[in-house]
Design a protein around this ligand. Structure first.
Ligand code: FAD
Ligand code: NAP
Ligand code: MG
Length: 463
């Protein structure tokens, strides 16, 4: 009999979670399906694989990455820890609760470098188009090998879409913006705060990108930062130099006018106006159509596309939980694909989805959102053997984090939390976040170690 074939689009944290889930089953002696993971970038890690490029890559593909220099975790690492691979196991010593991007990138890679997972991944390969044949119940995926400029096809029994949803900008129009003389761009293309030193910066949006890019630019020397909100202000205790104002109505050259009748002159504009769920490789009937929210419609258990459950989406929710949520999803998806978890009827699935959507509609505060996503994680944990972790305690940490940010947006990253996986209390970082201008892994991990120790440890953790 021919082996079941599984296609995974994307080798970011979600796609890698799926690969890890199958590796775990293999280790337990199960016969696992044949897996092909398609990744358009030259390396794994998705968003965490930093790209200095903007626009298009060397093969003309849209750049996936939206991360930037000086990006630090914006939530405690204890809230995202893999329950089958702890920070202690990876770093061999306690580290702080808010590591910079290169350190988290290193952690993500740690557990998969131990296996031959890399062999499953076809890098520099873009998924161009997907079709599904009702009769054979198979997907055909058209692929482009970017390096040799060759198109070919693969057939799969199951298809995992793990292509992320923070890559295609949502870029609204404001009257007069075409005559703004300075730089106008979206957060997707932001690569670091340095160009905004001594500038008056206007940021549009009131979510994580607005908050973090605003704070980073303040930290790295912008003269003033104005955040302009549509629905609700972020509303934390802003330091001098950062303020929030209602939505922009229009521009008059370099002057922005706001809804409250005020106006001000700016040097540059950054739209932190979110992203579109975009799947240019999927026909409309297989496409997930949703805004960024905690429970996208039409996904049973947040992953199985209800019209065609052999099509599985990972990580499509708005995210409080990240890496550990992708794991809990990938474990359930794996069990379904291996016949160990059976789906109820389409009608029952629809009923369950509606239950979550109804609940989602009632949420008001950040704390409600945390509770909702915690309940979702628990629901998934109950149906797979992904190692249980104390979700309630993580929920409490998320709420503490929201409070920390409220109290002081410049110092919340200096706080420490306790791991629910190992019980380890995080270290206070050697330098306060506001004074730390270097986000390299070496500076973060080895600041206090001799050069000899440094080279030993580097060997273990670098690619
Ligand atoms: P992604 O990481 O986006 O990976 C998707 C992968 O799919 C990419 O490698 C991409 O190249 C590939 N791909 C897409 N389309 C195709 C195609 N057609 N063919 C082949 N390959 C394709 N989370 C945190 O936990 N902490 C943080 O501090 C944090 N900071 C963030 C900062 C920013 C600016 C952004 C945008 C997100 C941040 N996140 C953070 C959330 C982040 O989205 C998740 O941590 C995680 O990267 C999501 O994983 P993913 O695999 O679902 O998607
Ligand atoms: P997001 O959370 O989806 O927020 C989008 C924002 O854009 C909302 O404030 C929304 O306002 C606003 N918006 C949309 N259309 C608008 C319009 N026409 N006019 C004005 N405002 C508009 O997106 P995000 O902030 O980019 O965050 C995406 C992800 O990146 C999150 O997972 C976040 O955690 C991550 N991130 C992390 C860091 C870090 O420090 N590690 C930094 C940046 C981002 P409404 O409220 O009115 O809808
Ligand atoms: Mg379980």
């Amino acid at each position: 009999m021919k082996k079941t074939r599984i296609g995974i689009i994307g080798a970011g944290p979600s796609g890698l979670a799926q690969l890890r889930a199958f590796e775990a089953a293999k280790k337990e002696g199960h016969d696992v399906p044949e897996i092909v993971c398609i990744e358009k970038q030259s390396n794994w890690g998705g968003m965490w694989n930093y790209s200095w490029r903007t626009g298009v890559g060397k093969y003309g593909e849209p750049i996936h990455g939206s991360m930037y220099k000086y990006l630090w975790s914006n939530g405690p690492k204890e809230c995202l820890e893999f329950s089958d691979y702890s920070f202690d196991e990876h770093f061999k010593k306690p580290i702080s609760s808010y590591p910079p991007r290169p350190v988290l990138f290193d952690y993500i890679q740690g557990r998969i470098k131990k296996n031959n997972v890399r062999d499953y991944i076809r890098f520099d390969t873009t998924a161009r188009w997907v079709s599904f044949d009702e009769e054979s119940q198979k997907f055909t995926v058209v692929l482009d090998d970017l390096k040799i400029d060759k198109t070919y096809e693969e057939e799969f029994d199951y298809l995992i879409v793990a292509s992320g949803h923070f890559s295609t900008p949502n870029m609204p129009y404001f009257k007069g913006i075409e005559n703004f003389p300075g730089q106008v761009m979206h957060a997707h293309d932001f690569r670091g705060a340095d160009p905004y030193k001594d500038q008056n910066l206007l940021i549009i949006g009131s979510s994580y990108s607005a908050e973090d890019i605003g704070v980073q630019c303040h930290k790295h020397g912008a003269k003033t930062v104005t955040l302009s909100y549509r629905s609700n202000p972020i509303g934390v205790n802003w330091p001098d130099g950062i303020k929030e104002v209602p939505l922009l109505t229009h521009f008059e050259n370099d002057i922005a006018h706001f809804k409250d009748g005020t106006s001000e002159k700016y040097d540059a504009v950054i739209m932190c106006t979110g992203y579109q769920h975009k799947f240019p490789f999927l026909p409309d009937e297989m496409r997930l159509k949703t805004k960024n929210n905690l429970y996208p419609d039409n996904l049973y258990k947040g992953v199985f596309f209800n019209d065609l459950p052999r099509l599985i989406y990972l990580g499509m929710q708005d995210q409080y939980y990240t890496f550990n949520m992708f794991d809990t999803q990938a474990w359930v998806a794996r069990d379904y694909m291996m016949g160990r978890y059976k789906l109820p009827s389409k009608k029952e699935r629809r009923y369950d989805i509606d239950k979550w959507l109804k609940e989602n509609d009632t949420l008001q505060s950040g704390n409600d959102h945390v509770d909702f996503q915690s309940a979702y994680i628990k629901d998934l944990l109950a149906i797979s053997d992904y190692p249980d972790f104390n979700v309630d305690k993580v929920g409490v940490m998320f709420k503490e984090w929201l409070k920390d940010k409220d109290e002081n947006i410049l110092t919340y990253r200096d706080k420490t939390y306790q791991s629910v996986v190992t019980g380890t209390m995080a270290e206070t970082h050697h330098t306060e976040w506001m004074d730390e201008l270097d986000d390299s892994k070496e500076r973060y991990l080895y600041q206090n170690e001799s050069e000899e120790e440094l080279s030993d440890t580097l060997e273990v953790t670098s690619i």
